[in-house]
Design a protein around this ligand. Sequence first.
Ligand SMILES: *Cc1c(COP(=O)(O)O)cnc(C)c1O
Length: 432
Amino acid sequence: MAEIFDPKPVEIKGFEIDERIMKLADKAEENCSAAFAEIDKTARINGERVLRAFINNKVSAACMTGTTGYGYDDMGRDTLDKVYAEVFGAEDALVRHTFVSGTHALTCALFGVLRTGDKVVSLTGSPYDTLEEVIGIRGKGNGSLADFGVSYDQVDLLPDGKPNLGEIFKKVKDAKVAYIQRSRGYSLRPTLTVNDIAEIVKAVKGANPDVVVMVDNCYGEFVESKEPIQAGADLIIGSLIKNPGAGIAETGGYIAGSKSLVEKCAYRLTCVGMGKEVGCTLNQNKLMYQGLFFAPEVVANAVKTATFTGEIMSLLGFEVYPKKGEKRGDIITAVLMKNSENLIAFCQGIQKGSPIDSFVAPEAWDMPGYDSKVIMAAGAFNMGASIELSADAPLREPFAAYVQGGLTYPTGRMGVLVALQEMFDRHCLKLF
Ligand SMILES: *Cc1c(COP(=O)(O)O)cnc(C)c1O
């Protein structure tokens, strides 16, 4: 008789992580339990809000299919805009896979709203690196806002990283757009919470009720149970390969806010007069819906991974941001790596612990839009998606690694442990 059951156990090879790192991981996780319970609570509130918006807007099977060509009467696209608007507490939204990145969506919003002679003021110090050329802080004659006669000013953050409300009050009096970046970007300043944004909006509107408050919402979506529109912002902008796409949307961005402002942005994205009514969705609708549906839970996993990373790195003696107990406004943990060897070992280790392209080693390179060399580890299903476990860093003082993402907490956690093992193997880490 043929043997139909082979009792030989199949050996599954686990991760070879030093026992001391594994012990530390257990301790770090234990220390995170209260924070994790909070994160689950937020995920539940946000998950329910997303489900409510799907139901209220009668998302149907027909919405999952897309259009080609001009994309007239694309029900999936138009309904998705409504769902996003409801989830973010906005009047309207523009959610498109044709936004090539977060920077593109932000650029579209800036050019959509600003006109020659207008002034835009950044209220949170210098904006994200890639926007410097868009605004015209770097480069000339290339079609930046400055080239079109839009002036720029900024209010630096106070030494403790808080917004300078007094200075904001003065500088927005003659501004058209007041620009807020919620997340820290490549800096160590604290991320703004939605309550911080509410305070800024109050100061801004008190000085000039007509100013358009625009928020770069990248990395912030679903981290709290409120979004900046509910704090009084007029427009929020973000990337679909970050939080709201949940690693499922393949590309794209969104803009949400008042109807008239969203229309101006749509006129800039497509054509004046056509706006939101054109733009085929090809096969992207279902992925964008699914991404939004999963986003509250995936963001919770990313925030858990970030919280765990902060905890274990501080147990190892590294300085981290946000500090323990500080309220989180985004999915990033910044770790001061002290030198470039540590930084590169960590980032290459994160790549090693990623599901895709684990066998390659990322190198620092001159990425378009950035001033210094940047190293980016992202072994992701969607290329460069930083809602997936990723670590990136400009190679400059103070050699901070910005770690974010993690579609699931168990894989995010292990990715970080693989990175620590890599650091240990390269003598970048002391264990006791
Ligand atoms: C990611 C990000 C952006 C946009 O970056 P892209 O890579 O162009 O999507 C803008 N601002 C902040 C704070 C970001 O984190």
